[in-house]
Design a protein around this ligand. Structure first.
Ligand SMILES: [Ca+2]
Length: 160
């Protein structure tokens, strides 16, 4: 290959992860979470989720962190490979029945379905250290400030 060919290949390799991953805007994610039924879910609000995502991943879907126990955390929700997804390395029951790599792309609905399972487990949001440290017990109303929320956030469905 000539110099330009190599340059193009290198450029493509640099661009591909950037294109497939995404750093979400706070309000954009708020709207997606609300659509997914997280307006008030198991006692947690959209503010809890935005605070959690901010401190876990900075809204960056490509974020991977490695734990001292050898497992890794993936994506905006930093979902752990020892329990919830399979990265091909960590032994896992793979409770979300998914490849950890699917937690790194810009499509977050599968991530949200998995996070729903995590928060539905015994520990609830205490499964996330960052939520315990930075969000639990705080006034989280400012996280949704300036966001257009479509549903009435505090109105409970009568028949639910
Ligand atoms: Ca995904």
């Amino acid at each position: 290959m000539g110099g330009w060919d190599i340059a193009l290949v290198v450029l493509a390799l640099l661009i591909i992860p950037v294109v497939t991953a995404k750093i979400y805007d706070r309000c954009e994610l708020a709207a997606i979470l609300e659509k997914a039924g997280f307006g008030v879910y198991r006692g947690y609000t959209i503010g809890d989720w935005l605070c959690l995502v901010h401190y876990e991943s900075g809204f960056d879907t490509s974020f991977v962190d490695h734990n001292p126990d050898g497992s890794s955390n993936y994506g905006i929700f930093q979902i752990n490979s020892a329990w919830w997804c399979d990265n091909g390395i960590t032994p896992t029951p793979n409770l979300c029945n998914m490849d950890c790599r699917d937690l790194l792309n810009r499509h977050v609905l599968d991530d949200i379905m998995c996070a729903r399972k995590v928060v539905g487990s015994r520990k609830g949001m205490k499964a996330w250290d960052a939520w315990i440290r930075h969000c639990s017990g705080h006034d989280l109303s400012s996280w949704t400030k300036g966001c257009t929320m479509h549903a009435k956030p505090y109105k409970k469905k009568i028949n639910s």
